[in-house]
Design a protein around this ligand. Structure first.
Ligand SMILES: Nc1ncnc2c1ncn2[C@@H]1O[C@H](COP(=O)(O)OP(=O)(O)OP(=O)(O)O)[C@@H](O)[C@H]1O
Ligand SMILES: [Mg+2]
Length: 288
């Protein structure tokens, strides 16, 4: 069993993530959340520059999500910012849009980095946030951020994003081992695109279409098995008892079953897995 305690906010992870899902735009069903009353207190802001999505999320000082945005982007590869100007422009736009919704300026934000990226390169992410007009003194490792939300005491968090599969082993609530390897949702889309001779964008859309996912499952199953093998390799020597999946790729139905088959460990998908790491990054920001 995954042992959990209260997370950094004291708010139940399910409640916290459902709230994030409601206020971060665009919502999958096109619904617009009600306008937010302008908050008075301090704000905590998080920026997650990912391989596939850039997410900006704002919490109140207690940690309740107030507003946010996510955009499909290709500005980061292997934890490195490969399109600096594009990233800055995009983040500026996202910042303005969230500021309009909140009626408040965003002057600071925390940012995250994948485990294993050299510190000099990690600063590249902070530089993007600074160039987009937000002071960025706090950087947090992504698995630590995810566990700010989930509050797992003993277990393994596996973050399956666009570009990579990240692993964090937790013991007594602390991250004791991390790893990050290049296999993620992008690789699934490449397999779909190659097999059907369609564009990457068309493959991405099919992969996320619930009407197509049953047909695609056997085609991309080997990629999921590879992710399971990566997890197995990195949890050797630890007494791992269970796995919690986060990251957008864990939204693909039954990926948890494949990871469970390969690792032999009980595996579950976190609620609203796309937003776990971004919300946890925001929790790391100081409320100002
Ligand atoms: N409903 C869905 N079904 C399947 N895959 C999905 C779904 N929604 C998003 N994805 C996939 O999730 C991935 C993005 O997840 P996430 O935002 O966690 O990654 P990232 O942080 O940008 O990447 P990384 O952590 O590797 O830098 C993309 O590959 C996207 O296709
Ligand atoms: Mg990510």
């Amino acid at each position: 069993m995954t042992k959990t305690t209260l997370n950094a906010t004291g708010i139940n992870p399910q409640v916290l993530l459902s709230r994030a899902h409601e206020v971060i735009l665009p919502s999958p069903n096109g619904h617009t959340p009600p306008p937010v009353p302008t908050p008075n207190g301090g704000l905590r802001v998080g920026v997650d520059l990912g391989t596939a999505y850039t997410v900006l999320v704002v919490l109140d000082e207690r940690g309740t999500p107030l507003a946010g945005e996510y955009r499909f982007t290709q500005i980061v590869r292997d934890g490195l910012v490969v399109d600096y100007l594009g990233a800055v422009d995009l983040l500026r736009e996202m910042r303005s849009s969230v500021e309009r919704r909140l009626g408040r300026k965003l002057t600071h934000a925390a940012s995250g980095y994948p485990p294993g990226v050299p510190l000099a390169e990690v600063r590249g992410t902070a530089n993007v946030v600074e160039a987009a007009g937000m002071h960025c003194p706090h950087l947090v490792a992504e698995p630590t951020a995810a566990n700010n939300v989930l509050g797992i005491q003993d277990g393994v968090i596996v973050d399956i994003g666009g570009g990579t599969t990240g692993i964090a082993v937790l013991q007594d609530g602390q991250v004791v081992h991390t790893a990050d390897e290049a296999t993620g949702g992008t690789h699934m889309s490449l397999v779909i695109a190659g097999g059907a001779d369609i564009s990457f964008e068309a493959a991405e859309a099919q992969k996320q279409d619930p009407a197509e996912q049953t047909r695609l499952f056997p085609i991309i199953r080997p990629v999921m098995e590879k992710m399971g093998t990566i997890v197995n390799k990195h949890i050797q020597g630890f007494e791992a008892q269970s796995i919690t999946l986060v990251g957008g790729t864990s939204l693909f139905p039954d990926i948890d079953t494949v990871i469970q088959e390969v690792t032999g460990l009980p595996t579950r998908v976190a609620p609203h897995p796309l937003f776990v790491t971004p919300v946890g990054i925001a929790m790391h920001d100081q409320a100002v």
